[in-house]
Design a protein around this ligand. Structure first.
Ligand SMILES: Cc1ncc(COP(=O)(O)O)c(C=O)c1O
Ligand SMILES: N[C@@H](CCOP(=O)(O)O)C(=O)O
Length: 526
């Protein structure tokens, strides 16, 4: 009933129909019962004169102004960074310039971006804190971005002219007062809302860095014709938006019928080549790795360590927002497992460079239907086994063979971390209960809140602890799961459902309903 009340045309499972256009297979997406087809393409049949050219842009813009400031200021670029094998020993001499196209070390392991920490440490913690704080809330290019306000720690050598940014980051960190008090008996619970972002998820933080570097590589005539990713929906949205903004072709591999309509329409709208594949995310990931090894398509998944340099700034922002006080716990939902390491790295750099004295304990929260990290953790980190990820309402983390498993284990071991899991009912109830306190969160944040509830119930997290739950995407991307829950359309679920009430449109009927409602809210008048 609710679906038809809200939007009769919403379908839970968007259909992607292949068509042939311009002698090559391409795709058309049907998000509702009405089809986008070739007839919906724009044609100019009325032979009207072309529109006049746009007026010349003003002579100066924020990039020009930033360039002028740089030429006046002393050389600001004494910092460097390079790729090294992830967690390499001190005796390793393997390294690569960030201008090389490389995703794996010689031994096939993961890479990491290593900054010249000695050069950064020539400035003390107070210097960095003041510098970062001074850039918040401005429109100065590129520092108006929460990511690029930490440029020296992200991509120090990139020319600001090459940066592709939507001034992402600086997302709000809000006090979850009612949820804290009523559901977990806490006074100091916070939500870092990374979903309030350009494309509605934390992926923007990493994608601005990756696409900026691609922009630079293309200007250097490196062989990058397009950028591609496998995605459960959010990475593809971010990739296609940043590429479209820079005029770079993007290609996204999506598991057919496994992502939400709102996520699917994002790359379609931004002009990406959208491939809908009859497999799951892990299958898409395997394919994109094979394809990017063959074709001049740059890999944009978090296997590419550039992404994590942007994502780590969310951790620095949390410290900044607490006036450089360190919370006790940070809870992050995990899928491909790049983000948990990005948080660790952001906190650790702040500790190593003297901005703070310690780092928080990290919790990675997984859906029980896609829980390879949780199983590994429970085995005492003995043996990692990829799993076949089952369908979950937290569809963006339906991942059974996470590429960053080694990074996640490193982050958790070095932060005295914990892994928790959430069943479908637990994560949906947590999401719905959080929404009832004024939030509108995604199911992945429901997974993180479930971890919090479990750790509070077991006493691991104390009532006085300061906890940050990372909300990774905007709830509006996952409206269908909320509609299904509140409609009672999910077997075995709906304990906290709040469906709309159908009422006859006459005074008496409306009064009856309202009286019942008011009495139920004010028992003393009963
Ligand atoms: C909304 C959302 N939350 C959480 C995650 C998990 O992040 P990661 O893959 O870095 O573990 C993803 C993507 O995987 C996501 O899209
Ligand atoms: N949730 C992700 C899955 C891919 O993760 P990535 O960080 O490796 O790109 C998505 O939205 O696609």
């Amino acid at each position: 009933m609710l679906s038809s009340l809200l939007n009769p045309s919403i379908s839970t499972t968007p259909i992607i129909k292949p068509i042939t256009r311009n002698n090559r297979a391409s795709t058309v997406v049907t998000c509702t019962s009405s089809t986008f087809d070739s007839s919906s393409q724009i044609t100019n049949n009325n032979h009207s004169p072309p529109p006049p050219p746009p007026p010349d842009p003003p002579h100066t813009n924020i990039k020009d102004e930033a360039r002028r400031q740089r030429s006046v200021a002393a050389a600001d670029n004494t910092f460097t960074a390079k790729y090294v094998p992830f967690n390499a020993g001190f005796d390793s001499s393997e390294s690569y310039s960030l201008d090389e196209i490389v995703y794996r070390s010689r031994s096939g392991g993961l890479l990491d971006v290593q900054h010249d920490m000695e050069a950064l440490a020539r400035f003390d913690g107070a210097y960095w804190r003041t510098l970062f704080d001074s850039r918040v809330g401005k429109t100065t290019w590129p520092y108006g971005s929460g990511v690029w306000s930490k440029k020296e720690w992200v991509l120090p050598e990139i020319d600001p002219d090459d940066i592709v940014s939507a001034f992402e980051g600086n997302s709000n960190l809000f006090w979850a007062e009612r949820f804290g008090k009523h559901f977990v008996g806490m006074n100091d619970l916070w939500v870092k809302h990374c979903g309030i972002s350009h494309t509605g998820s934390f992926k923007d933080l990493g994608m601005t860095v990756l696409v900026s570097q691609v922009n630079r590589l293309r200007k250097m005539n490196r062989p990058v014709v397009g950028v591609g990713c496998a995605s459960t929906g959010d990475t593809s949205a971010a990739l296609s938006a940043y590429c479209a903004s820079a005029g770079i072709p993007s290609i996204v591999f999506l598991p057919a019928n496994k992502i939400s309509t709102a996520q699917l329409i994002q790359p379609v709208s931004n002009g990406a080549l959208v491939l809908s594949l009859e497999t799951d995310f892990d299958g898409c990931m395997k394919l994109i790795r094979e394809i990017t090894a063959e074709l001049p398509i740059y890999l944009a998944n978090s296997l590419n360590s550039l992404r994590l340099e942007g994502q780590k700034t969310a951790a620095i922002e949390i410290l900044q927002q607490f006036n450089w006080e360190v919370p006790d716990w940070v809870i992050v939902p995990g899928g491909n497992l790049g983000n948990i390491y990005a948080f660790y790295k952001g906190f650790k750099m702040c500790q190593d460079l003297g901005l703070v004295e310690k780092i928080p304990r990290l919790v990675c929260a997984q859906a029980a239907n896609a829980n390879p990290l949780y199983l590994y953790y429970k085995s005492g980190w003995k043996e990692f086994k990829a799993v076949k990820a089952n369908s979950t309402f937290a569809s963006a983390i339906q991942i059974g063979d996470p590429v960053s498993i080694d990074r996640a284990v490193y982050a958790l071991r070095n932060s005295n971390g914990i892994v928790e899991e959430a069943t479908e009912e637990e994560l949906m109830n947590a999401m719905v209960q959080a929404d009832s306190t004024g939030m509108f969160i995604c199911p992945h944040t429901g997974v993180a809140l479930t971890a919090l509830i479990k750790l509070r119930n077991s006493g691991v997290i104390g009532g006085e602890d300061r906890v940050v739950v990372v909300s990774t995407a905007h709830g509006l991307k996952f409206a269908q799961s909320k509609i299904d829950y509140h409609s009672g359309n999910i077997p075995g679920m709906g304990q906290f459902a709040n469906p709309p009430v159908s009422v006859k449109a006459d005074f008496g009927s409306v009064m009856d309903v309202l009286k019942d409602f008011l009495l139920s809210k004010s028992p003393k008048y009963k």
